[in-house]
Design a protein around this ligand. Structure first.
Ligand code: GCU
Length: 581
């Protein structure tokens, strides 16, 4: 799904700003006809979660109603007009001028509606009902009654009762756009790249609407090149291969990008155009090595969260710029989008700055006993497809992660993940696929995943305070997994909570010294293993969670930076270590 952009042939307007809003704890909105306009209005910022914007509604997860009004921009008459939401968590129902547009389930991924026939030439009233209630048949799940034996008990007692370890923020979390194109327009572009010797191969496929056989031109420019390929669409699609001799390849230390311009013409006149950045690179597995452009790579980095005071999970460009500055300062080269797809601008910057990204679906906290299993499985498939459709053209995305820490002991879990693995490989045969597990040798999906991704907290949740035993267990388990699978292994999470400013010598749990010792000691073990291809510390920053006995101030304190992005001792020690490579 293409991100809105403006050029000589299409126009986009971001509706971010102050909207009208009202909570609906009695679920009266339908009866009161709020889809035609809100009778009670309070100001709210969009994009941002609603939870921290008010004095008394942190734990209220919905329903709530949003409204904004906008005028049809001049010159947009006789165009195809779209309404696009970047992310609404969790369930969105949308009306325009009192007419039903549709609904979308699931946060962190975009959805859009063709509003050409409903938009009015003057004022337009957009109403969105959002419900963030946690439920067993939603992804990620929550409010699960009972505690089946395969359940991770620690979440059963938290509030709100999320089956995952981050606060279930709700609301319109990313920008809402309206955009206009000609009736014949580009609807999707897929770019795959290859390398032969010094030559880059750029394969482009475009899909269109309107005239089925419009003319199309693919132009690739940059690094002194101006290459093009012209063809005719057949049944709303066209493909081309562009060879780039002596190409400037994309890699973390040299994130070379080209500009691909796609131009769609009717009777020789350009009616639509779209441009995107292209990075020519390959990512492959060879034995236990991860190769980028044929060279082995080692990932240093983090899991993080889209999380900040007041905005909650809302999109904030300054925070994205800041987190990249911190990740560069500390010497990391990669991150995983834990535990949901991040905003499109976050991935655009990864392309530009040369960060490698493991793109992860919102499937966290999955369980496999019957309560809603069929629906959860369907949603996992949908979210995987939507994530790949959105993020497939980023050179920075080097791997897909199917889920984080599924409770996948029940035997039928394996087939569910194998179906997801097959979906990912079918949609995108160019990237390796992983699943992030805490089951280790009991994780059946490791049998078919391309890369083993493991989260381990020996010395924290087990062998607490006993670093020596922890490191011994870690080393032994890594060797067993290597003997079992002989696949590249990523330690996708390790770390310890540290209360900023709390110190102890000798180190003790919750001190900055213990966190630094844990992180650096794990790294020393990982660097002894030739089959380990990366180390992702949990977490870049402290982040908001549900309330629970293990979360002081309802925060996860495993960040090497505080929630307001100040370094702890572990950040300095990591910087020293990662600067050595
Ligand atoms: C798990 C999980 C994280 C969580 C972490 C922790 O590995 O993947 O989401 O925050 O443990 O308990 O700190």
């Amino acid at each position: 799904m293409l991100y809105p952009q403006s050029n000589a042939h299409r126009q986009s307007i971001d509706l971010s700003g102050l909207w009208d809003f009202v909570f609906d704890p009695g679920n009266q909105g339908y009866n009161l006809g709020w889809e035609k306009g809100l009778s009670e209005k309070h100001p709210i910022a969009v994009p941002a979660s609603w939870n921290d914007q008010f004095e008394d509604r942190r734990d209220y997860l919905g329903p709530a109603w949003y409204q904004t009004v906008f005028v049809l921009p001049w010159g947009w008459e006789n165009h195809r007009i779209w309404l696009r939401f970047g992310s609404v968590n969790y369930l969105a129902e949308v009306w325009l001028n009192g007419s039903w547009l549709g609904q979308h389930e699931g946060g962190h991924l975009p959805f859009e509606f063709d509003i050409t026939n409903l938009i009015q030439s003057q004022w337009n009233c957009l109403v969105v009902r959002v419900d963030g209630t946690l439920a067993p048949n939603r992804i990620p799940p929550g409010n699960i009654t009972g505690s089946p034996e395969d359940f991770f008990e620690s979440h059963a007692g938290n509030f709100p009762q999320a089956q995952f370890d981050f606060f279930p923020y709700c609301g319109i979390h990313r920008p809402v756009w309206i955009y206009a194109t000609a009736s014949t327009a580009i609807r999707d572009i897929t770019v795959t790249t290859g390398i032969e010797g010094e030559t880059g191969h750029v394969h482009v496929r475009a899909e269109t609407v309107g005239t089925p056989n419009a003319q199309i031109c693919f132009r690739l420019s940059g690094h002194g090149e101006n290459l093009s390929a012209r063809t005719i669409c057949e049944n709303h699609a066209a493909e081309a291969q562009i060879l780039v001799p002596g190409a400037a390849f994309w890699a973390p230390n040299s994130p070379n990008l080209y500009t691909l311009q796609v131009e769609l013409s009717e009777n020789g006149e350009i009616v639509d155009a779209y441009s995107l950045q292209v990075g020519i690179r390959t990512i492959k597995i060879e034995g236990t090595r991860l190769l980028l452009n044929g060279q082995p790579i080692y990932l240093t980095g983090f899991g993080r969260h889209e999380d900040f005071p007041i905005i909650g999970r809302g999109y904030l460009p300054a925070l994205i710029v800041k987190d990249y500055a911190l990740m560069r300062w500390i010497g990391s080269n990669s991150f995983r989008t834990t535990h949901y797809p991040y905003s499109e601008p976050m991935l655009d910057l990864a392309d530009r700055l040369g960060f490698m990204v493991i793109a992860e679906t919102p499937a966290v906290g999955l369980f496999f006993h019957e309560d809603g299993l069929a629906r959860r499985t369907t949603l996992c498939q949908q979210y995987l497809r939507d994530m790949i459709a959105r993020d497939k053209n980023h050179p920075s995305v080097i791997m897909w992660s199917l889920a984080n820490e599924p409770h996948s002991k029940p035997p039928h879990a394996r087939s569910i993940f194998h179906d997801l693995y097959t979906t990912a490989k079918t949609l995108d045969p160019t990237r390796p696929v992983t699943l992030v597990s805490f089951l280790g040798t009991a994780e059946e999906s490791f049998g078919f995943c391309d890369v083993l991704s493991l989260n381990r907290y020996f010395g924290w949740y087990s062998q607490s305070g006993d670093m020596e035993s922890a490191l011994k267990l870690l080393s032994e388990e890594l060797d067993v997994l290597h003997q079992l699978y002989s696949k590249p292994l990523l330690l996708t999470e390790f770390g310890a909570d540290a209360i900023a400013g709390h110190h102890a010598q000798p180190p003790e749990m919750f001190s900055e010294e213990y966190q630094a010792e844990m992180v650096l000691s794990y790294i020393a073990i990982l660097r002894q293993k030739s089959f380990v291809v990366g180390e992702h510390v949990w977490n870049l920053c402290d982040f908001k969670t549900s309330q629970g006995v293990t979360r002081a101030s309802a925060l996860n304190h495993k960040g090497v930076f505080t929630r307001d992005r100040r370094p702890k001792l572990a950040a300095h020690r990591l910087r020293e270590r990662w600067k050595q490579r």
